[in-house]
Unconditional design. Sequence first.
Length: 140
Amino acid sequence: MVALIEILFNQHHDTTCLYITWDAASWHDSSALVDWLDTFNRQTTVSKDGPLLMLVPLPSCSQFLNVIESVFGVMKKAVVHHSDYRNPQQMKAVISRHFRERNEHFTKNPKRAGNKIWDVDFFSAPRAQTALRSGNYREY
């Protein structure tokens, strides 16, 4: 996590603050990570060089708010489930190829990742009469 945060810091060095969305995974809540982040932000404040880093935790059991969950879910279905790799290196190579091909596709065909979730207005008429009739969110 620290290496990822440092990459983001260096890529967005000209901003004043980076907000990092965190899910409820146990390694995101480690005291070592929080201590490192506090020290990092103190040094950034003193040097006035680069953005402050703010963690924004997501509520537990809210995977639908974290777009990366759907990305990894698709990868697991496409690459990991029902597979029989000879060794870990073969599986790693296939995972890398999956993300490389996915990124190439979205580079050539850009669109917002959250449109399927956020562009749906369940409360607009006439959809309102049918969209929430059962109250079961799993149907959407």
